[in-house]
Ligand binder design. Sequence first.
Ligand code: FES
Length: 229
Amino acid sequence: MSVTETQGRASETIAVEIMGKKYRIPPGLTMLQAMWHTGHELVRGVGCLGAVCGACPSTYRTKGDTKIKTTLACQTQVEDGMSFSLTASYYPDKKVVYHFDEMKDPKQDLFHYYPEAALCRNCDACTVACPKGIDVRTGVWKAVFGDFKDASDLFLSCVMCSLCVPVCIADIAPNQVGLFARRAQGIFFEEKKPQLSLRVKEIADGKFDTEWERLMTLPDEAIQAESSV
Ligand code: FES
């Protein structure tokens, strides 16, 4: 291969560094696609590919910038000179088991399960780390002050990727606090629609069991055909 040919091919690709190793890849790939393209086998750290499951939290740095940023790898397009890693496919953040049907006052119970929530020092690192653009710090404070409605609204697009967890200097798991507030808001404080209760009872009574079992036997194409009718 001539030097000119080599240069021509190189100009059609971009240079990236994936987990410390250099590659040339076609432009236009997401970080996950770039990893597949370079032969990385992803056993963890990949799910929906649509930014809703939170399985692909990642860190990256762009050319000429010292700042390490956080993102969802399925949604971030790779650019020339980028260095990245799918390092954060799971954070062992604090998960507690709680039963809302045993709670009398979830706004106080929050402090039993997540006492560190009130120790936020307002550094805002959680908000900066959030790949969904959530004002995480405000969400935590809303939950701490018992405003579960606002906290729920703020955390509505949280996908539980946990990127807010390792950056918290007060050792809060902000995503878990947000999830607690969202669940409690729905169970204790939101108006219950009668249609919802009716449908839940129908499901519990087995009204749809036969149809569900039929659907589970169908091939994918048949399900798609039925859902498009
Ligand atoms: S794979 Fe589901 S959020 Fe990225």
